[in-house]
Design a protein around this ligand. Structure first.
Ligand SMILES: Cc1cc2nc3c(=O)[nH]c(=O)nc-3n(C[C@H](O)[C@H](O)[C@H](O)COP(=O)(O)OP(=O)(O)OC[C@H]3O[C@@H](n4cnc5c(N)ncnc54)[C@H](O)[C@@H]3O)c2cc1C
Length: 439
């Protein structure tokens, strides 16, 4: 499995390289029983417990100085249920493996994020999402969930069974227990036609409501220091499939989107004054294209340039104003931003601490290439996001605490009360959870 989180000399490091931890010990359970035993032993030894995925979170949400539970041996498909159109998978299964296995069965998830390196449990625990008009995050596609709680027992939940646990545990932040299996809704595999097209920033903002309403999945990237964006519309299609050809795919995805972009980032880091010119060139390097393929091939693509990211969900009706403020901030600040800003949407969902909980949302993500100072930019962006009652992605850089979350999540107390019940001694605690959930 492509675990990008490395463990050298007992040190655990995340993908972005901005979080480092030194767990007291590591375990790699091969069964639910072994995992439950590891949880009980940690409690006896007075150690905290943290299950990790592939370390793709930019926050310290997965960091621990206690027992680190690795996912590698808890992987695979448990059951495909064609009557109920669900698939049950072990919690450590990488999304990539799930997508490939489903495609072989003629099935697919409905929506997903930009990459598929993460584990199913890691991705859902922080609310990983793509973009969608009706279809929401990966966690919103969960139909059932199994977790080992602090006393080492196995708890199963769904809409019908332990519904109060189900409401929260789909995006559990690793705070309620260790997830051991997830059941997802699936549908017969379908085709999506992607239309990628450069569009002026002012036009996208002026027409945002129509672009959102007319497309099942609309998103765009805005290149700071320019008036240019690259838009992407994905809609279901009757076919035929017309994949990106291998050469074009390599040139556009690898060379232009990743390779050239990598070089541009190096140049920009060495000489920040060149960033606006590079941004203009980068925005022009992408041209319009249309292709049709199965969902995961349209939704996801490799990300070879390492970066650090902050992403906030704002009420959808606030997105254009928020973006205008962001543009003004970048122009006035003297900051040099070489990384595009990504904008996506999600419909309101019913998960307690989902960033889209009870609210139609738009996501705005700011990035900086790894190794460049990001604090000034992220602080200024965060000030704008929080003024719109933004909710930060649980797995991406932010500075918010429990007091803030109690204000922007109407059901925050519901989550902490459930945590008090399931983990009264805070076996699954770490510094991040102490900050965002309170003691
Ligand atoms: C290149 C890149 C692209 C990304 N693209 C997107 C995107 O398109 N959309 C988006 O929303 N996010 C995106 N992210 C963020 C990423 O999806 C999330 O941070 C996700 O949580 C990472 O999954 P992971 O398997 O690496 O989990 P980790 O980062 O290792 O862990 C995340 C959380 O899950 C918990 N966890 C893991 N396994 C278990 C378990 N078995 N039981 C209980 N808790 C568990 C951990 O304790 C931790 O709290 C991206 C990140 C990167 C680096």
């Amino acid at each position: 499995m492509s675990s990008t989180a490395s463990a050298k000399n007992g040190t655990w490091r995340n993908w972005g390289g901005n979080v480092v931890a030194r767990p007291a010990r590591e375990v790699t359970p091969a069964s639910v029983d072994e995992l439950a035993e590891a949880v009980r032993r940690a409690a006896e030894d007075g150690l905290k417990v943290k299950a990790v995925g592939t370390g793709h979170s930019f926050t310290s949400i997965a960091a621990t100085d206690g027992v680190l539970i690795r996912p590698q041996l808890l992987t695979g498909i448990r059951k495909v249920d064609r009557d109920n159109m669900t698939v049950t998978v072990e919690a450590g299964t990488p999304l990539k493996r799930l997508n490939l296995a489903l495609a072989r069965e003629g099935l697919s998830l409905t929506n997903m994020g930009d990459i598929m390196e993460q584990t199913v449990s890691g991705a859902t625990s922080t609310g990983t999402h793509g973009t969608g008009r009706e279809s929401a995050s990966i966690a919103a596609q969960i139909k059932g969930l199994e977790l080992v709680t602090a006393d080492g027992s196995v708890l199963v939940c769904s809409e019908k069974e332990n519904p109060e646990v189900f409401a929260a545990a789909r995006i559990g932040l690793g705070a309620l227990g260790v997830v051991t299996a997830l059941t997802f809704a699936v549908e017969p595999v379908f085709l999506l036609t992607a239309r990628e097209e450069p569009m002026p920033f002012d036009k996208v903002l002026a027409e945002f409501d129509e672009l959102w309403a007319e497309n099942e999945h609309f998103e765009f990237y805005w290149f700071p220091h320019t008036g240019s964006t690259n838009t992407k519309r994905n809609n279901r299609s009757a076919g035929p499939a017309k994949p990106v050809s291998r050469v074009a795919g390599w040139i556009e995805d690898e060379f232009l989107s990743n390779g050239v972009f990598q070089v541009a980032q190096w140049v920009g880091r060495a000489a920040p004054g060149t960033v606006p010119a590079i941004a203009r060139l980068s925005s022009r390097a992408l041209s319009a294209r249309t292709y049709t393929d199965i969902p995961y091939k349209v939704f996801t693509s490799p990300r070879r340039v390492r970066f650090v990211e902050m992403e906030y969900a704002v009420p959808r009706e606030a997105v254009t104003e928020t973006l205008r403020e962001l543009k003004t901030m970048v122009e006035r600040s003297g900051l040099r931003i070489s990384f595009p800003i990504e904008v996506r949407t999600a419909p309101a969902d019913d998960i307690t601490l989902s960033t889209a909980s009870g609210r139609d949302s738009a996501y705005i993500a700011v990035h900086m290439v790894r190794g460049t100072p990001y604090q000034g930019y992220f602080t200024a962006a965060e000030r704008i996001f929080t003024a719109h009652e933004g909710r930060p992605h649980w797995g991406k850089v932010h500075t918010r605490d429990a007091e803030y979350f109690a204000g922007v999540y109407p059901r925050f107390g519901e989550f902490t009360a459930l945590r008090d019940r399931l983990d009264p001694d805070r076996l699954f605690q770490n510094d991040y959870l102490r900050r965002v959930l309170g003691t």
